[in-house]
Design a protein around this ligand. Structure first.
Ligand code: GLA
Length: 737
């Protein structure tokens, strides 16, 4: 790994054993991209990124008639000098001009990586893990300095980027657009994948050809959203799970975003991603700086499973900050689907006790324990205990749960307020909203104005008082509505364009304060399920509730889609009751667990209501998960068969030493007189012999090349005549000499 500068043509080459990212300062003193992909020789001088001669209607600067921005590959393009595509940044000057030209000024290279103040970002555990290049550019006429940050990693085919804008002049400038990255690809023979959905069906993969026009996804909801996830893949058209080139881009941000591909008629492709410029305006006075969020750009030449594995490892090692980092996650029992808000201390203790008997490690008290929270019309904002339900408070309950030998956790939704709350009555101007317009409700609640420090301070103090007095090991931080009237009451007009972003900065600030005050608490983020499931959240909360849809069959799709861009250790997944609350579907308790194992694992039901047989199955599942959770949560994960295309779906995990693998196969509908189906495994050691389910032996190469087959003698997969069945295969390397 390193960053090599070839002075001859002012070329920067970021490289590690797998990838190269090459850029240069061109004759116009602008930053051009030369190459991004598989590793290439560090010493080679790449003459020019612009390989095409200038064409009619292209515009050029007077000094160089052969150079036009329209045909060049640009690193951080601006508006107004002949590029004609969407720029990476736009600034409005006092005279009304948006025209800007960035010229190279200087660069520096150092070991390690700096934090981005106030924002989540990947980090190094030791400076030797990464090298960073900073390139400083200036537009003297505007008084704007832009620093481009590039970090290359020793252990991953990953480049991280972000930009810092600084006002170095005397005039006020307004940033109207400041994206995190721009990548100009020299050809457009790519498809892209994004991950879309809605409540209850988050992160379904969608693939599109991007060879012409504009393809974009975005959020304008104030959070990253269930509609479009801030993770995309740019892939060669024939790249599949096992072969081919692809780039994955994770935006490390939880607010409004945009990801866009723009293919021009010359066959080039521009990819850009960052904060959504819609309704964004950031005033920058003299010496002010603005940092964009970071993007993590991963590369593979070996298919999408490899790309996902890189992202999983990267996120686990360089994004998660927690005492639970790379540690097995506690098996939890959550009371939400069992009781909703209708509980007493007694009923909670009864549920927790059964959980302890089953072997769970952590009990989580969900919504309904605070203020006048008996339904969702009241209580949010009042973070003091409802003593009608819990006479001895959270403290008393936590002690009783601890005495059972369980850890204890609580649910909070700190960004929201109900009209019926003491907080709203005392501070009606603490919500986001325009006093001259009706205020839209979502789940009967309003959004607190986290752009105001006093609001964040108040919520911090309330929560601090609860947490400091009880033994709380886990917090589920929920967020159950989008921002609609994004207006901060009492702030000047010039500040209103900042509110979406400042809101998220306020959320990050509260997370950071709570994390610092209580470093051992395990946070799980949540937003009506998975509506704020992103790398930004992961920096504060190592787990995220994947979806409110706990139906196992639906979860196969949701978790399959999620696995493209996020580690399995992040995926909050529970076994819930059957029939399922969201779909009414009945599934076997084994199938429910076979899906939930691939995540943090827990239960979301009243175990007292299970039959004896089901309860002993739960005990067995918990024992099994305790034995294998490191493999599930941190092993290499492979998607084998897509639930979106087939009646059967399959995935697997393999331990780092390749001695243990667990394969799950799911079948949606029963099929009479089923034909032979083979599923080829991946990631095994070809030379090792594996014992499959303690029964038959097979070599890794055979299992990967021939696969496991549905007609394998004693392991007929779907002999059961039920729909929605599943099979789990545990493979253990049979140690030979
Ligand atoms: C959201 C969450 C659920 C649950 C409820 C409580 O919908 O996603 O898991 O916590 O809120 O109100």
């Amino acid at each position: 790994m390193g960053i090599k500068i070839i002075e001859e043509n002012k070329q920067f080459h970021l490289f590690n054993s797998k990838i190269s990212y090459v850029l240069k300062v061109n004759s116009e003193n602008e930053i051009e991209q030369l190459y991004f992909g598989n590793y290439i020789n560090v010493e080679q001088v790449i003459e020019n990124g612009q390989t095409m001669g200038i064409r009619p209607l292209c515009c050029n600067l007077k000094e160089d008639e052969n150079f036009t921005k329209e045909l060049a590959l640009l690193e951080y393009p601006s508006f107004g000098s002949g590029d004609f595509k969407y720029p990476a940044y736009e600034i409005l000057q006092e005279n009304g001009s948006r025209i800007s030209n960035l010229k190279y000024v200087s660069n520096s290279i150092y070991k390690g990586k700096k934090d981005i103040p106030g924002l989540p970002a990947s980090y190094v555990n030791a400076d030797s893990e990464a090298d960073t290049l900073e390139i400083v550019c200036e537009d003297k006429a505007v008084g704007l300095e832009v620093t481009l940050y590039y970090t290359i990693w020793e252990d991953y085919p990953v480049v991280c980027r972000h930009a810092r804008l600084k006002n170095i002049g005397n005039q006020k400038i307004e940033i109207e657009r400041a994206l995190s990255c721009n990548i100009d690809f020299p050809d457009n023979e790519y498809n892209w994948m994004h991950f879309e959905g809605a409540w209850g069906r988050e992160r379904y993969p969608v693939e599109r050809d991007v060879s012409t026009g504009i393809t974009a996804i975005e959020s304008m909801r104030g959070h990253s959203s269930a509609n479009y996830n801030p993770f995309v893949i740019i892939k060669r058209k024939n790249t599949d799970e096992k072969n081919g080139e692809a780039f994955g881009v994770n935006l490390v941000y939880s607010g409004n975003f945009i990801a866009q591909c723009q293919a021009d008629p010359y066959g080039k492709l521009r990819f850009s991603m960052g904060i959504n410029p819609q309704w964004f305006k950031w005033e920058l006075n003299a010496n002010d700086i603005f940092d964009t969020p970071e993007v993590v750009i991963s590369h593979t030449a070996c298919g999408l499973n490899d790309l996902s594995n890189t992202i999983h490892r990267f996120m686990n090692n360089q994004m998660v900050r927690s005492t639970y980092k790379n540690k097995p996650r506690p098996i939890l029992l959550n009371n939400w689907e069992a009781t909703e808000m209708d509980f007493t201390e007694e009923s909670i203790l009864k549920i927790a006790k059964k959980g302890k008997e089953a072997g769970v490690e952590l009990f989580v008290l969900d919504d309904g324990w605070f203020g006048k929270r008996n339904n969702d019309y009241a209580g949010l904002g009042d973070w003091f205990v409802n003593t009608n339900k819990l006479p001895e408070g959270i403290k008393g309950l936590s002690e009783k749960i601890n005495d059972m030998g369980l850890k204890f956790g609580i649910w909070i939704e700190p960004e929201m307020v109900n009209e019926d709350s003491d907080l709203y009555r005392a501070h009606p101007d603490w919500i986001l909203g325009d006093p001259n317009q009706p205020n839209t409700l979502g789940r009967h609640q309003m959004v607190l104005d986290y752009s105001k420090k006093e609001v964040v301070d108040n919520i911090f103090q309330q929560l601090y008082a609860i947490i400091v007095n009880a033994n709380i090991s886990y917090i589920k931080w929920d967020m159950n509505r989008s921002i609609t009237e994004c207006y901060s009451i009492g702030k000047e007009a010039s500040q209103q364009g900042k509110i979406y972003h400042k809101y998220i900065l306020g959320v990050y600030d509260l997370y950071e304060r709570l994390r610092t005050a209580f470093p051992d608490i395990l946070f799980e983020s949540c937003a009506s399920g998975g509506a704020r499931f992103d790398a930004g959240m992961l920096y504060y909360a190592p787990q995220a509730w994947c979806s409110d849809d706990t139906d196992a069959v639906e979860r196969i799709k949701i978790q399959y889609g999620t696995s493209y861009g996020y580690p399995i250790s992040m995926v909050g997944s529970h076994v819930s009751a059957s029939p399922n609350q969201q779909t009414g579907r009945n599934t076997d308790i084994r199938t429910r667990a076979n899906v939930a194992y691939y995540g943090t694992f827990g239960y979301e039901l009243d175990l007292n209501e299970l039959s004896e047989e089901e309860f002993s199955e739960v005990k067995r599942q918990i024992e099994f998960m305790k034995e294998y959770r490191e493999v599930f949560q941190y092993g290499r994960y492979y998607r084998l068969r897509s639930p979106f295309e087939n009646n059967t779906a399959a995935w697997m995990v393999v331990s780092e030493d390749k001695n243990t693998a667990i394969v799950s196969v799911f079948k949606k509908y029963k099929t009479p007189n089923m034909g032979l189906e083979r599923i080829k495994l991946q990631g095994l050691d070809a030379a090792k012999q594996y014992l499959v389910n303690d029964k038959r032996k097979a070599y890794g190469d055979y299992l990967m090349e021939y696969g496991v087959a549905s007609m394998d003698s004693d392991e007929l997969w779907f002999e059961s005549d039920e729909d929605f069945s599943s099979k789990l295969y545990v493979l253990k390397a049979h140690v030979t000499k």
